[in-house]
Design a protein around this ligand. Structure first.
Ligand code: AMP
Ligand code: ZN
Length: 139
C-alpha cells in the first residue's frame, strides 16, 4: 500500500523531484540525493513494499533487471574500478527509507566502504549524470 508520507512513493507519484534515469512497469531508477560516490543510483519499486520480505518475486526480478541495465550504463559512462550493489532491510541493517530500493554505487580502490553520507549532491551534477545515464540505459 502506498504511504502518504513515503518519500519514494511521492517520487513515484511525481509529487517530489528526482533526477530520473529509467522507468518501467515495476521500477524507477534515479540519482541518490546524498550520493556516497559520484554516480550513486537507486532502483526503486513502483509499488510500495517496505523490504525484501514484502516485495513480490515478480517485482524483485524487475528490480534486478533494471539494476543490470543501470550497472552497464554506469560502467559505460563513468568506468568505475568497482561497482557496489546492495540493499538494506530494517533499521538494524541501516535502512533509512522504508520503501524497497537497491543501491548502485561506483567504487574506487582504497575508498572507505561507506553506506551513507549527509552531504547532498550538487543538483546540476545529479541532473547531468541522470541525463547521460538515461541515454545509455535506453541503448
Ligand atoms: P537506505 O539506507 O538503504 O534506506 O537508503 C536510503 C537512500 O535514499 C539514502 O542513500 C538516501 O540518501 C536516499 N534518499 C533519501 N531521500 C531521497 C530523495 N528524496 N531522493 C533521492 N534519494 C533519496
Ligand atoms: Zn513508498
Amino acid at each position: 500500500m502506498a504511504s502518504e508520507s513515503c518519500i519514494f512513493c511521492k517520487i513515484v507519484r511525481g509529487e517530489a523531484p528526482a533526477a530520473m534515469v529509467f522507468e518501467d512497469e515495476h521500477t524507477l531508477a534515479f540519482m541518490d540525493i546524498f550520493p556516497v560516490t559520484d554516480g550513486h543510483t537507486l532502483v526503486v519499486t513502483r509499488e510500495h513494499a517496505e523490504n525484501v520480505f514484502e516485495a513480490s518475486r515478480e517485482v524483485l526480478e524487475a528490480v534486478a533487471a533494471t539494476a543490470k541495465r543501470v550497472a552497464h550504463a554506469l560502467r559505460d559512462t563513468l568506468a568505475p574500478e568497482g561497482l557496489m550493489v546492495f540493499q538494506l532491510n530494517g533499521a538494524a541493517a541501516g535502512q533509512t527509507v522504508f520503501h524497497y530500493h537497491m543501491h548502485l554505487m561506483p567504487r574506487a580502490a582504497g575508498e572507505p566502504l561507506l553506506l551513507h553520507t549527509r552531504v547532498p549532491g550538487d543538483p546540476q551534477r545529479l541532473a547531468s549524470l541522470a541525463e547521460t545515464l538515461a541515454r545509455h540505459v535506453a541503448r
